[in-house]
Design a binder for this molecule. Structure first.
Ligand SMILES: CC(C)(COP(=O)(O)OP(=O)(O)OC[C@H]1O[C@@H](n2cnc3c(N)ncnc32)[C@H](O)[C@@H]1OP(=O)(O)O)[C@@H](O)C(=O)NCCC(=O)NCCS
Length: 169
């Protein structure tokens, strides 16, 4: 039996840090965390768009707080804005030890995914309507972040970045 489920733009993934995930100091390795963030973002994009989504880019990520072996890691991925064939996902990470009533924010990053059909052709994706004030802020900021990452990727000329320019003019 298939259970009907509405489209979702938010995914929460939970992981337990096992010995094989850690460095010699018994802290979670950055690459493993990036992998989990990428998976959470990929699931979130697919649930929003209903198609295969591949990672196009990851904005800068910093690891501010070490996550220790045995801690529970919560990775929350939220679509912030859909452009055309691509969308931006905000991914935040929090860790908790034995006291599971307290979560420590650890890091966050913006990922961009592109929707493809089964032959690898790009697809137009369903738009997202922000509802809360926080969602509206993320939605508006997404245009500036997009311009910045396209400039860095050499896909947009700085003089064409109208949103970024409006910050200074
Ligand atoms: C991502 C990919 C599909 C983009 O294809 P492309 O033909 O180079 O892309 P285009 O220049 O036509 O852009 C397509 C969309 O991606 C966006 N995009 C392309 N490069 C981007 C980048 N570096 N950062 C953010 N967005 C990017 C474009 O803005 C465009 O979005 P829009 O349609 O919403 O306006 C292609 O490069 C690819 O398949 N990459 C490998 C993906 C992959 O395997 N990821 C896993 C990691 S190995």
């Amino acid at each position: 039996m298939l259970i009907k489920h509405p489209r979702e733009s938010r995914t929460v993934m939970t992981e337990l840090v096992m010995p094989n995930d850690t460095n010699p100091l018994h802290n979670l390795m950055g690459g493993n965390l990036m992998r989990w963030m990428d998976i959470a973002g990929g699931i979130c994009s697919r649930r929003h768009s209903g198609c295969i989504c591949v990672t196009a880019s990851v904005d800068n990520v910093s690891f501010d707080s070490p996550i220790r072996m045995g801690e529970i890691v919560t990775i929350t991925a939220e679509v912030t804005r859909v452009f055309n064939t691509s969308l931006e996902v905000y991914i935040s990470v929090a860790a908790e030890g034995s006291d599971t009533t307290k979560r420590r924010p650890c890091n966050y990053a913006y990922f961009t995914f592109v929707g493809l059909d089964e032959w690898g052709n790009k697809l137009s994706l369903p738009q997202l309507q922000p509802e809360t004030e926080k969602e509206q802020q993320q939605f508006e900021g997404a245009l500036r972040r997009r311009e910045m990452r396209l400039i860095l990727a050499g896909k947009l000329k700085p003089q064409e970045a109208t949103q970024l320019k409006s910050l200074f003019v």
